[in-house]
Design a protein around this ligand. Structure first.
Ligand code: DCT
Ligand code: MG
Length: 401
């Protein structure tokens, strides 16, 4: 928390929401592609963050620290490290000296010390030390299982378990159906989903949905929409321009998957969406749309475009267990839901923070509420949402904050 406070000041003193890092360009006749005249907003929604992270050595360290603080239930410091990491991901130059990060927002003294250590030593002993802590190592293993979050990890840790082997050996331990599947398909699920697998999944779902509802809009979203070549799951969002026609899509699709023998696990969450409800103040809140968390038995021999793929090196086996999230939205909310499900998570956090603090509006996956005019603002695409917010449009691949 102190880290946040520390970093917040210089930003707000200079400009309400845009900090300009001006370094001396005039003295340099042939400026390198580096820190000269870089504009860095404190909000990820005002930065273009592509997948080209030239500072991975630093952002990896910060992401690990964010995870470390998540595991130790220190939300303030988790968010502080995620913000700092996200900010560095947007820099168009590799950091080579401390003076280049001196005036960047969100970087507190502890963070700068880590950057300095990495610049000098090529690694951070502080980060390595925290990573070797027992709690971090155990939580890292536990949370890698589908269906195991912080709560279960904490419970298992308190019970004295330290490794996944410990859990597997304890036959008395009660596991949810989701967690049982998590262990059963552990290798497949923890090996990342490739672009080709995401595409196969997308085409499979489209072919099923379009049989029932030919004008349904089916969009591959999440990290793959942002251009990632790998992901931990496939996220697909579905709607239909004809009001109400989206309602049966989820159950029908899941029935077909089941009948085709392509479904290994499903957890269906029914919609709790109410049109008049104000956007949630809780930034990380899940939305109220109907959705399903699935594990597919994805055929891996041949993709629809004809490439032979062998994702997990599992020759002889003709399928791979792949995690799929399906989200169904009414047409009116689709643009907001798409914006939300495209992510990244940090981009979404900052977009909502920006909306609240700079626009006095409220944003979530269902809509945008203008508090002064007391109205919900309609949007038929993502561009219109950026327009409502007075933001330059960012393409999905520029939202990798
Ligand atoms: N999302 C959200 N709120 C949640 C869960 C998800 O806004 N509680 C959004 C943010 C990203 C998107 O949904 C998809 O979530 P993930 O699949 O977890 O993220 P991803 O960016 O697709 O990452 P990965 O490539 O690992 O799947
Ligand atoms: Mg995803």
């Amino acid at each position: 928390f102190t880290e946040c406070m520390e970093a917040k000041h210089p930003v707000e003193i200079q400009n309400r929401h845009l900090l300009t890092v001006q370094q001396d360009c005039s003295a340099n006749f042939n400026p390198p592609l580096s820190s000269s005249c870089v504009q860095v907003s404190q909000y990820a929604c005002q930065r273009r963050t592509t997948l080209q992270d030239t500072n991975r050595i630093f952002t990896d360290a910060f992401d690990i620290l964010a995870e470390y603080f998540e595991f130790s239930e220190n939300k303030g410091r988790k968010v502080a490290f995620l913000r700092a990491s996200s900010l560095i991901k947007s820099l168009p130059f590799p950091i080579t000296a401390m003076k280049e990060v001196e005036r960047l927002p969100w970087l507190g003294d502890q963070m700068k010390a880590i950057i300095e250590e990495i610049l000098e030593e090529g690694k951070s002993y502080k980060v390595l030390e925290l990573m070797s802590e027992e709690r971090y190592k155990s939580f890292k293993q536990f949370t890698s299982v589908f269906g195991v979050g912080l709560k279960t990890s904490d419970k298992w840790y308190r019970m004295g378990f330290r490794t996944l082997e410990d859990i597997k050996n304890e036959k008395e331990l009660k596991l949810t159906k989701m967690q049982k599947c998590g262990f059963l398909y552990y290798e497949d699920i923890t090996s990342s989903v490739s672009w080709a697998e995401a595409e196969t999944t997308d085409q499979l779902i489209k072919s099923i949905v379009w049989k029932f509802v030919p004008d349904a809009v089916v969009t591959l979203t999440g990290g793959f929409r942002r251009g990632k070549k790998n992901g931990h799951d496939v996220d697909i969002i579905i709607t239909c321009p004809r009001k109400g026609k989206e309602k049966n899509i989820l159950h029908n699709t899941i029935s077909v998957l089941k009948n085709q023998g392509l479904l290994l696990f499903s957890d269906i969450i029914e919609s709790t969406f109410v049109e008049t409800k104000l956007p949630s103040k809780h930034v990380d809140a899940l939305d109220h749309f109907q959705k399903a968390f699935l594990i597919l038995k994805l055929p891996t021999q041949q993709t629809a475009i004809g490439d032979i793929i062998d994702p997990c090196g599992c020759e002889g086996r003709k399928w791979k267990a792949v995690r799929l999230d399906l989200v169904i939205t009414p047409y009116e909310q689709y643009s907001y839901a798409l914006l939300g499900w495209t992510g990244s998570r940090q981009f979404e956090r900052d977009l909502r923070r920006y909306t609240t603090h700079e626009r006095k509006m409220m944003l979530d996956n269902h809509g945008l509420y203008d508090k002064s005019k007391k109205v919900f603002l309609k949007a038929s695409n993502e561009e219109e949402i950026f327009e409502h917010l007075g933001l330059d449009y960012l393409e999905p691949w520029e939202r990798n904050a």
